[in-house]
Structure formats: structure tokens, C-alpha cells
Write a protein that binds this ligand. Structure first.
Ligand SMILES: N[C@@H](CCC(=O)N[C@@H](CS)C(=O)NCC(=O)O)C(=O)O
Length: 216
């Protein structure tokens, strides 16, 4: 992954990603592309001043957006699927059994629909509304409880290696944790906390979080 300063300075032979470092959707796309060993250029957008090229390619103007060979993919999960489809090295999806695939799909659906809403509500609730925040935290915890069950006796959500589900979900759990890291540290979900630490210290995540040398 190489950050470029301008859209025009990208290498047109390489996949190009409009990204935003702290966006969990963009994080999952970068992690998938890195774990699939895809060499790509990335451009850090400003959400407040989106580049015209992004809006032209994808009028809904969310990140991440991938551009490659005149093809535009503007949904993070589709970018992940694309990355694993062209990679021989990290076919995380292909190694899943039917059951594992169902578990993966179900977790991601709950994450992207219900949990994301709860996360935003919790994140944006003013800090002085202690009781409301407590309640929103507890609602979000329900999803983490389902992760705890899923982790069972393995290190990652689906078995003992990082898979599609871990990459798709971890960035959102990270955001949830960082709203109030002390509160998160005190939860009783031991396996989920261990998984959180493993994912957060994994080289894949650290590489995906490298800062662009310049900001826009
Ligand atoms: N469903 C999209 C959601 C992407 C998304 O909502 N990204 C946020 C940033 S985290 C965004 O670009 N929001 C547009 C804005 O804030 O103007 C995906 O999975 O790629």
C-alpha cells in the first residue's frame, strides 16, 4: 500500500483506493487488500472536502472506493470479495465450510446493520449523559456477547486463523472499544478482549493503519 498525494499521481496500472484512515469500512478494505497481497495506491480523502474524482466515480461518495481497470467498486464488502477473488495467497473465503460461511454472513449482517447503528448512537451520545451512554454501551455489548460465543475455543471468529469475518468486523469493535477504553477493558468477555488484542496487534492491522505522509 502506497499513499499518493494526488489522484493524478497514482500508478494507473495498479488498483487505486480512495480511503479514509479512521473509517472502519475503509479499514476492512485496506486489510483485505493487504492480506491478499495486492499492491495498490491509496489516497486519504477529507470527508469534509471530498475530491471531485471520487464523486464522479461514485456519486454516493462514501469511502472506500476502488478503481481498477476502469471498474469502480464502492462497497467495502465488495472490495474485500474482489481482493480475495483475485488473490491466490489468502483465499479466506474459499476455505470456509458452508456452516462457517453462514456464520460469517450472519455476523457481518448484524455488524453492518444493528451494531453499526448502536455504535454510532453510543459514540455520539454526549459524555455527560451518563445513564443513556451506559444503556447504549450495554446494547452494543449484546453483539460482543455473540462474538464471545462464536470464539468458542479458537483464537479467531472462524477457527484459528484470521478470516473474512475478523477483518470485516474488527474495525467496528475497535471503534466501539475506543469510545471509552477503560469501560471496554472492564468487560467480562475474556475471549473477545483477547481476540481484540490479537487483531489490534496483528501486523496486518498495523500495516493498514500506517499514516499517509501528507494529509489533505
Ligand atoms: N456501505 C458503505 C459504507 C461506507 C461509509 O459509510 N463510509 C463513511 C466513512 S466511515 C463515509 O464515507 N461517509 C460519507 C460521509 O461522511 O460523507 C461501505 O461498506 O463501503
Amino acid at each position: 500500500m502506497n499513499y499518493v498525494k494526488e489522484f493524478s499521481s497514482r500508478d494507473i496500472d495498479k488498483p487505486f483506493l480512495f480511503s479514509y484512515r479512521r473509517c472502519p469500512y475503509a479499514m476492512r478494505a485496506r486489510m483485505a487488500m493487504l492480506s491478499a497481497n495486492i499492491s495498490f495506491d491509496a489516497y486519504e480523502i477529507s470527508l469534509r472536502d471530498k475530491p471531485e474524482e471520487l464523486i464522479k466515480l461514485s456519486p454516493k461518495a462514501t469511502v472506500p472506493v476502488l478503481l481498477y481497470n476502469n471498474k469502480v467498486i464502492d462497497e467495502s464488502l465488495d472490495i474485500m470479495l474482489w481482493a480475495y477473488a483475485i488473490s491466490d495467497e489468502s483465499n479466506h473465503l474459499i476455505i470456509l465450510s458452508q456452516h462457517e460461511r453462514e456464520v460469517t454472513d450472519n455476523l457481518i449482517t448484524v455488524n453492518d446493520c444493528e451494531f453499526k447503528k448502536q455504535l454510532d448512537a453510543y459514540k455520539y451520545e454526549p459524555i455527560e449523559n451518563i445513564l443513556v451512554r451506559d444503556d447504549l454501551f450495554k446494547k452494543g455489548l449484546l453483539f460482543l456477547e455473540s462474538l464471545e460465543i462464536c470464539l468458542g475455543n479458537h483464537k479467531f471468529l472462524i477457527g484459528n486463523r484470521v478470516s473474512f469475518a475478523d477483518i470485516a468486523i474488527f474495525p467496528f469493535i475497535r471503534q466501539f472499544a475506543h469510545v471509552d477504553i477503560d469501560r471496554f477493558t472492564n468487560i467480562k468477555l475474556i475471549k473477545t478482549k483477547k481476540w481484540f488484542e490479537l487483531m489490534g496487534s496483528d501486523e496486518l492491522f498495523l500495516r493498514a493503519m500506517i499514516r499517509p505522509e501528507f494529509t489533505n
